[in-house]
Design a protein around this ligand. Sequence first.
Ligand code: C2O
Ligand code: CU
Ligand code: CU
Length: 489
Amino acid sequence: MVTRRNVLGAGLAAIGAGLTGAAFTPMITAHSATAGTAVPQTQAGAAGMAVEPFRVALPVPPVLAPVSTAGGVDVYAVTMRRAVKEIVPGQPAEVLTYNGSFPGPTIKARSGRPVVVRQRNQLDMPTSVHLHGASVPHRSDGAPMDTIAPGAGRTYVYPNRQPHASLWYHDHAHHMESEHVYRGLSGSYLLTDHTERRLPLPSGAYDIPIAIRDAHLDESGRLVYVMGDRNRTTLLANGVPYPYVAVAARKYRFRLLNSANTRSFRLRLADGGPIVQIGSDGGLLPGPHTTDSVYLSAGERADVVIDFSRYPVGTQLVLQNTTGSGPADQIGQVLRFDVTRTTHDPSVVPPVLRTLRPLPAATAERSIELRMDEGGTAPPKAYIDGKTYDPDRVDSLVRHGASEIWTVTNPNKIVPHNFHMHLVQFRVLERNGKEPDPGEVGLKDTVMLMPGETVRLQATFDTYRGAYVYHCHMLDHSAMGMMATMKIA
Ligand code: C2O
Ligand code: CU
Ligand code: CU
């Protein structure tokens, strides 16, 4: 069985306490030993396998087709099951999937039109499907303890009463979310609305979701999971390592998602060329922000436009990552854009993208501290306001209708965190007493906190009532206890 002890013990490696991952038992192996269907894998130890880059084309996950659209409701049927995929070409590897797709299929939704997803769990572990960034009734939130038993099913209802946003869905089963997401249980959920649709942004084949994550692959190309593993040094885009993306010499929109468990990325084009950020977690920014790099911590999204018309046909342009630990040839690049043809480009990035609702006057303030044992204490734990997660405890009582300012701090010296709230899209008011970064002035549901940083944010709780979690989205940390419950009543 999965015990709290092996979860916390495994977390030691997360802060580099000098232990190798090989000392720890991966959760699914431990669990499956009783269920008798272990995922084939090896122990961690050596650095991730070196994969030759730019050999395969970027796959785009299939868009899920509804099984019914009757009554203005899109109904989808999804099965969670194991599947065999070639992460590295020619090397079959077992992964956990939604409908056999790694990563999961994309769900496309419209504001004002409800989506119903009938999930069936054909895995041998409990699961819980969370729609990250969405405002949904409590019973459809995919709360950590609100799980689907192996062999059982569950119907999730997503009202989509919120503006457009690039959301994503992923597993959230208590203590198992980290490994489940790592092994494949995540997918994109692209919610659009009138505001977004009437803009002449790149669309159709020129609007591509790209989920970026890291992985530790063994010498047979299979995923190795160890909590806090420092050997997750192979980068995957839409489930494959270092793909190439054949593009026309025109503008493209990329919905970037950091679906890694813990790793952050700072993405830039190899020539330092401009990237136009048009959106973040909760949809479009008020206006485009031209930059040479985009930072994404685990769970965050960035909507960007890259104009390849400035490159001659034949150009090969690597999307680099300039942050994080690992061998430069493995973590320093993500994918390569190959400009293969010219084409007509009617798309435009308008100077005004959306108008954000003005912030209401705040009715309450509270402060939140994200902290983890560091410096060799064993076993390390991770805390919010000094407490590890207890699903039976309410940590913050929020009055329905309140608009609250939360001051979130990371007092750690070494370990970065980020802060994610379920149910709401918030606004970042300040970062370290100054203006927020230009990429975080829109609606956000996850915000980065480097060691020593403080972020002030404002969230308004005027939709659903009930208990929802907030946590560090570095999933190894949340699984170690850095999660808490707010109750909106
Ligand atoms: Cu992606 Cu509880 O979150
Ligand atoms: Cu979430
Ligand atoms: Cu953290």
